[in-house]
Design a protein around this ligand. Structure first.
Ligand SMILES: Cc1ncc(COP(=O)(O)O)c(C=O)c1O
Length: 393
């Protein structure tokens, strides 16, 4: 017999989550997660699945029948999108301007696709001209790009133009909306997006575990006409259709509690109204931006591509990103993050998402950041941040 480990009761620290996600969870979502479990085929759960799908359609602004929460984190909905749409031998066009574009490329490669690239530097969006040129050169079957690049704080503008280029070349467009759904303007049908996927732990302020995915008819036709099944059984949408489609038959045991949570998070979106929610993110994150700029720091993304849900701020002189991040966590129980890939060590990533996108959390962040920068001896004047934010609010 092995000895039973002596592990104490769970007492997590009480953090304020202002990194790239997970974000602050709304108390109503936490309450929904502590309600009794029912079976994944219980009639009450079937109703709740319908409601969750309707709420997801609203958040995505689509009437796509094929709109579901995928069991797993954002990477699961991402892999469901790419792994089902990309068939062996397909050409997949991927962006080079961020960490998550790289992940799209890697998933497409593993699905048997030939990956080609459209270039833009980290910290900039894709230019429609460059996308059109890449289409002319490579004639891809599927084009993937990121609407809200969490690694750089860049919002991809011109989404309808990019999907138009794809459709003129008979290709399908997959859009990563992990850090935009529920926080930044996104209109799947108006923008003619074939497939959009997201995660619940960003602007929906829900714990990770059930991740939004929507597919239009063109995309679903391709999935159902595949010559060979997708390489993943778990994420095979033609099989998942049995559970989330009309039959409601067993495929795998849905993460019931995560679906409860997502439903409640989406109810909050519907109550607030999507446009009001997009406005709130812009207004509150605008205060955050004004605050850090008043302290002498610089945003990484140009104003035209600024992503309110993820504010990438250049690390000021005299400090390292790690020092600031550690100080905030230790002294203020506040989580932010550093840069990834090409921007590693160069930026601080500050989330302003969902329930965290409130004046009080941003004010706390600015007070804490000023404390950290002053104590660590950064080459900035950290006073005045809160005041600038207050004016901007
Ligand atoms: C833009 C983007 N895509 C995909 C993902 C992957 O999501 P997850 O970490 O939930 O698997 C993330 C996570 O941060 C993301 O920011």
């Amino acid at each position: 017999m092995y000895d039973a480990p002596d592990v104490g009761e769970l007492v997590p620290p009480n953090r304020t989550l202002m990194g790239p996600g997970p974000s602050e969870v709304h108390p109503r979502v936490l309450r929904a997660m502590s309600t009794p479990l029912v079976g994944h085929l219980d009639p009450s759960f079937i109703d709740l699945m319908d409601e969750t799908q309707d709420l997801l359609r609203y958040a995505f602004q689509t009437d796509n029948e094929w709109t579901i929460p995928v069991s797993g984190t954002g990477s699961a909905s991402m892999e469901a999108a790419i792994g089902n749409l990309v068939e062996p031998g397909d050409t997949f066009l991927a962006p080079t301007n961020g960490y998550f574009g790289d992940r799209m490329a890697e998933m497409a490669r593993r699905a048997g696709g030939d990956v080609v690239y459209v270039d833009a530097p980290w910290g900039e969006p894709l230019a429609p001209d460059a996308v059109a040129a890449a289409f002319d050169e490579h004639q891809p079957d599927v084009f993937g790009f990121v609407h809200a690049e969490t690694s750089t704080g860049v919002r991809q503008p011109d989404v309808p133009e990019l999907t138009r280029i794809a459709h003129e070349h008979d290709a399908l467009a997959i859009v990563d909306c992990v850090t935009s759904l529920g926080g930044v303007e996104l209109r799947v049908d108006d923008w003619d997006v074939d497939v959009a996927y997201s995660g619940p732990q960003k602007c929906l302020s829900c714990p990770p575990g059930a991740s939004p995915l929507t597919l239009g008819d063109r995309a679903m036709e391709k999935v159902l006409d595949r010559e060979e099944p997708s390489r993943s059984w778990y994420l095979d949408l033609s099989l998942l259709e049995g559970y989330w489609g009309e039959d409601r038959s067993y495929h795998h045991t849905a993460p019931i509690t995560n679906v409860y949570a997502l439903r409640e998070a989406l109810r909050l979106v519907a109550e607030e109204g999507l446009e009001a929610r997009w406005d709130r993110h812009r207004r509150v994150a605008g205060g955050l931006k004004a605050g850090v700029e008043a302290m002498g720091m610089e945003m990484n993304a140009a104003e035209a591509f600024w992503l309110p849900s993820l504010n990438a701020v250049r690390v000021p002189g005299g400090v390292t990103d790690g020092d600031v991040i550690d100080y905030l966590l230790e002294e203020y129980d506040l989580e932010i993050a550093g840069g990834l890939g090409d921007l590693s060590g160069q930026i601080l990533r500050i989330g302003c998402m969902g329930h965290g996108a409130r004046e009080e959390t941003v004010s706390y962040l600015l007070v804490a950041l000023a404390g950290a920068l002053e104590s660590l001896g950064a080459d900035v004047d950290p006073s005045g941040g809160v005041e600038a934010a207050r004016h901007a609010f």
